[in-house]
Design a protein around this ligand. Structure first.
Ligand SMILES: [Zn+2]
Length: 226
């Protein structure tokens, strides 16, 4: 697997490029800002086995501006190069309202954005999305926002893929998401963390939306908020 993290924008969002080594089929998780930097990491890039990276999906853990800010430009640019390889914009329906209000979110932070493109695919809880050899599982983990999801990537030893969860702004190394923003609910977020994330295997690698990586086991033992 090609696995690259780009830290983008003033909020330092972790944007991840994950590509199947064999096919080059890829996913971008949370293209939050700095589209030129993200596009540079994609274009002409090959996986360790030599497959050309082709982004099939733009996965969004939720609809906050720092996770969706570059989505429009990335989709437009990749579509202009190859219409048949246009990536699908994926988000949980619960955050569609936030997503569509990107300009409004930006106003609060003094940032301007173009109108968001329509969502192509709504994440459903428990659904499986295969991207080459990468098998993702959508976990609806509301609380930080109504439509927050965590994306579980299943281990595949023969392809060098470790069991991983992309936890968005729900679970961080040593911390948890804030719940003072639109539609947030603290009780719901802790319930999501306990029932959907801490129940994963302890060795599961945790890749949050901001800051360093961790594991489920470490967070269970050391996270002071849990
Ligand atoms: Zn957020």
């Amino acid at each position: 697997m090609l696995d690259r993290t780009l830290v983008v924008g003033p909020f330092q969002c972790n944007c991840r490029l994950l590509a199947c080594d064999r096919t080059g089929q890829a996913v971008l998780v949370d293209p939050g800002d700095e589209p030129a930097k993200i596009l540079k990491a994609i274009e002409g890039t090959r996986t360790p086995s030599g497959a050309l990276v082709q982004v099939k999906f733009l996965f969004h853990t939720h609809g906050h501006l720092d996770h969706i800010g570059a989505t429009r430009k990335i989709k437009q640019s990749l579509t202009a190069k190859s219409a048949e390889n246009s990536p699908q914009i994926c988000l949980h329906k619960g955050d569609e309202d936030l997503y569509l209000k990107l300009s409004f979110q930006g106003q609060i932070f003094g940032m301007t954005f173009d109108e968001p493109l329509p969502i192509d695919r709504y994440f459903e809880d428990e659904e499986v999305i295969d991207v080459g050899d990468l098998k993702f599982n959508v976990l609806h983990t509301p609380g930080h926002s109504p439509g927050s999801v965590s994306l579980r990537l299943h281990e595949n030893r023969s392809s060098g893929i470790p069991e991983t969860v992309f936890s968005g702004d729900t679970l961080f190394q040593g911390s948890v998401g804030r719940t003072d923003l639109w539609g947030a609910n603290q009780d719901q977020m802790f319930k999501s963390i306990r029932t959907r994330l801490l129940s994963l295997d302890e060795d599961t690698r945790v890749c949050p939306g901001h800051g360093p990586e961790s594991t489920i086991g470490i967070e269970k033992r050391e996270n002071p908020f849990l």
